[in-house]
Design a binder for this molecule. Structure first.
Ligand code: HEM
Length: 212
């Protein structure tokens, strides 16, 4: 599989990028498996759903869609799979469906967050951008504008990875003995704004630019 890892259609990934990709996939699979516990044992009451008044049924819907997006998306950037054509297109449709379902339910959940309006603002902006970027990426692919497709999907993926960064930051807050509520509110933004900035920086530094 490694022989088919490239940043562009022709350029092989460096060793450090391959290692980064491998670590990223392991984190994505780990978070997906950890999140799937809600699907195996669905919350029956809002208390079991993070105290979110709309947590039943929306938390399970959210996690169902988001887990699919996280699992499928990890493999969509493999050029070998992309060149194969059909698997990339089918997995892409599943990824888009996962993002739209996960994002739609995430948007509904954001209004019931136990952490109040600041967390609502953080999660709701994330949900709207996640749905928007993914939709723009899908539309660009349908219109065969593949450079724009890649750019939007890289942004969409940076937001999908909010699931990973959020679950790195939360334990750090707990072990640092920081006050949970304000940090949870901050993390509703910190989980995705830096991801998006890194994606934009990467897009501006690599050759993934639309034709003039
Ligand atoms: C990127 C867009 C996403 C948005 C807007 C979003 C939004 C939310 C919101 C609003 C909540 C409820 C928080 C509360 O009530 O305070 C939540 C919980 C949760 N989300 Fe997401 N989420 C996103 C991505 C993901 C992804 C990709 C996964 C991974 C599979 C995921 C897994 C979970 C889990 C497991 C919970 C329950 C809390 C926990 O056990 O950590 N989310 N999400």
């Amino acid at each position: 599989m490694t022989a088919s890892l490239h940043t562009s259609l022709n350029r092989p990934l460096s060793l450090s990028a391959r290692i980064g990709w491998g670590v990223g996939v392991i984190l994505c699979l780990g978070i997906a498996a950890y999140s799937a516990r809600y699907l195996l044992n669905p919350p029956q009451t809002p208390e079991q759903a993070l105290g979110n008044p709309v947590g039943v049924p929306w938390l399970v819907v959210h996690i169902g869609g988001a887990v699919i997006a996280l699992l499928v998306g990890s493999f969509q950037f493999l050029p070998g799979l992309r060149r194969a054509g059909r698997p990339h297109r089918w997995m892409g449709r599943v990824y888009v469906a996962g993002c739209l379902v996960g994002g739609g339910a995430g948007l509904i959940l954001s209004f019931g967050s136990f952490a109040g309006p600041i967390a609502t603002a953080g999660f709701a902006s994330l949900a709207v951008l996640w749905i928007g970027f993914t939709g723009l990426g899908w539309r660009a692919a349908m219109q065969r504008r593949f450079v724009e497709h890649r750019r939007w999907m890289i942004r969409s993926w940076a937001l999908t990875l909010a699931a990973v960064t959020l679950r790195i930051y939360l334990p750090l807050v707990e072990i640092s003995d920081l006050p949970f509520l304000p940090w949870y509110q901050a993390i509703s933004f910190l989980a995705w704004v830096p991801n998006l900035m890194v994606a934009e920086l990467w897009l501006s530094r690599t050759g993934v630019v639309p034709r003039a």
